[in-house]
Design a protein around this ligand. Structure first.
Ligand SMILES: [Cu+2]
Length: 126
């Protein structure tokens, strides 16, 4: 029992040390959405890049923003960070500052030229 515990602690530690950058892909309303982080996530500044495409064609005229938030917890208020993207070399670049480790939920929103707002909900850990 102790050994199992030790192994899982080791596995967790290695997992944290070797945390990979985020790379998430999905589809929303016919758009292909990819979210990557420049590096593995840290407390402090993090840079995310979002790419959007439809039917294999890159979409570079959307308005993109992301909201990362953590619900209120005992002894801790609700926390939120909103980042507005700027288009850099075909990618939407977003700066997010995480004030603490843990699980951050996010809403990734993009407004397309037709005025529609599309929203993806997920979460990241750091
Ligand atoms: Cu928290």
């Amino acid at each position: 029992m102790k050994l199992v515990k030790l192994i899982s602690i080791l596995a967790l530690t290695v997992g944290l040390l070797w945390a990979e950058p985020i790379n998430l892909s999905g589809k929303k309303d016919g758009y292909d959405v990819n979210l990557v982080s420049e590096k593995s996530l840290v407390v402090g500044d993090n840079i995310f890049y979002v790419t959007l495409s439809k039917d294999g064609k890159a979409l570079e005229d959307a308005k993109v923003k992301a909201k990362f938030f953590m619900p209120e917890m005992p002894g801790m208020p609700y926390m939120e960070q909103v980042g507005k993207a700027e288009l850099v070399d075909g990618k939407y670049k977003i700066l997010i500052n995480f004030s603490m480790g843990g699980t951050w939920q996010y809403h990734l929103m993009f407004k397309t030229a037709d005025g529609e707002v599309h929203k993806i909900r997920s979460s990241v850990n750091l």
